[in-house]
Design a protein around this ligand. Structure first.
Ligand SMILES: Nc1nc2c([nH]c(=O)n2[C@H]2C[C@H](O)[C@@H](COP(=O)(O)OP(=O)(O)OP(=O)(O)O)O2)c(=O)[nH]1
Length: 358
């Protein structure tokens, strides 16, 4: 891959620099470097990384840059793709290919007291909460990376109301079950489909103010406007594959409308076409400085009881598809929480599910 692609636009020549970026961490500690004032975006913190040379893949550049700048040797199988993004700084355009690399406890012990990198730059291990709270001055493009890093490793999905249809009062049974079973501070996709379940969703959020909620996009604006007390719990909106593809058609007809401009989006995808559509949506939102697409639910990885008719992708195909995405990919379908490590080896940043995640 070339380190700079050149485009002729009228009389202007715009160069895009391809950069490999490593989000290096151990548990809740994240490694930042400090850019020298003479560098582009100088006097700011950064994730370790640098330009991808013409003969290199992004992974090769990542391994080389991390070794050159810190001495840390990272292995291919510890690299998990987070996403790709373009940013125009005015004086320079960059295309960042961002990866997450978890160090072993041994590596962290060796490097945690290293205050300076091998190029003389300051290094700092910072708390994830402070990093995400914006306590460190990073280049503007990194705003989206921080949004990606908010995604937890596991996301629970609620049962449909119909799962409790044999109970005399399905709504009460749904509510009691989820109130009792959702883990503290969990991210939960409340899959509400009808008027009745919207109401129980509201009640669940009232009873469990600790949970962070993903809500279907179509009801969300309406919901947020009418229930401002619980709207702070809504951390992302969800778009189905059907709505995503509909958006692509609307764009073609110059009639695109998406409601959730102010909330991050998580979209569902089941094939390559929908992933390309998600990339297009993510890019369009970045260009318009709208809230980013922070993840894709890519499913079904394995056969599931919830959708017995859907053909499972299998890990290999799932992994090939996940590699196409410009944002973190969440494995969904037939998974259990103990498959998380395996899932990361196939390129998942997170996994999700119903029965085993509640
Ligand atoms: N390393 C790094 N670069 C970033 C981040 N965010 C961001 O916008 N960038 C931009 C700043 C620069 O324009 C570009 C990285 O280029 P660089 O000049 O540091 O690359 P390099 O290490 O190969 O530099 P050099 O030796 O050629 O000076 O990417 C980040 O988190 N880490």
């Amino acid at each position: 891959m070339s380190n700079a692609s050149t485009k002729q636009l009228g009389n202007d020549i715009t160069v895009t620099i391809n950069v490999a970026v490593a989000v290096i961490y151990y548990k809740d500690k994240y490694l930042l470097g400090f850019r020298d004032k003479s560098q582009h975006q100088g006097n700011r913190y950064e994730f370790i990384g640098g330009k991808i040379e013409a003969h290199e893949t992004a992974n090769q550049a990542l391994i080389r840059e991390v070794a050159e700048e810190t001495g840390i040797v990272i292995h291919y199988n510890t690299i998990v793709k987070l996403g790709r993004l373009h940013h125009d700084y005015g004086d320079k355009k960059v295309s960042l290919q961002v990866y997450r690399v978890e160090l072993t406890s041994h590596q962290y012990d060796v490097y945690k007291h290293q205050d300076y990198g091998l190029e003389g730059q300051m290094l700092a291990w910072v708390n994830k909460s402070e990093l995400l709270a914006g306590s460190y001055n990073l280049p503007a493009a990194n705003k989206t990376i921080l949004e990606w890093l908010r995604l937890p490793s596991k996301i629970a999905i609620t049962y449909p109301l119909s799962h409790f249809s044999t109970y005399p009062d399905a709504a009460t049974a749904w509510l009691q079950y989820h109130q009792a079973h959702i883990a503290s501070d969990a991210w939960v996709y409340i899959r509400v489909q009808d008027i009745g379940s919207k109401n129980v969703a509201k009640q669940l959020m009232g009873q469990r103010p600790d949970i962070k909620v993903i809500m279907p996009d179509d009801i969300n604006e309406h919901y947020s406007n009418h229930h401002p007390a619980s709207s702070h719990q809504i951390i992302a909106h969800h778009l189905t594959q059907t709505s995503l593809l509909q958006w692509v058609d609307e764009v073609k007809n110059n009639a695109a409308q998406l409601q959730s401009l102010h909330h991050p989006l998580i979209v569902s995808c089941h094939d390559a076409d929908s992933i390309y559509a998600a990339n297009k949506l993510a890019n369009s939102r970045l260009e318009r400085q709208e809230s980013p697409v922070i993840g894709i639910f890519l499913s079904p990885v394995l056969a599931t009881q919830t959708h017995p008719d859907a053909k499972a992708l299998g890990w290999e195909t799932w992994s090939d598809l996940a590699a196409l995405a410009d944002m973190p990919v969440i494995g969904l379908g037939g998974l259990s929480p103990n498959l998380f490590t395996q899932a990361t080896q196939y390129g998942a940043t997170s996994i999700a599910g119903i029965r085993q995640f509640l």
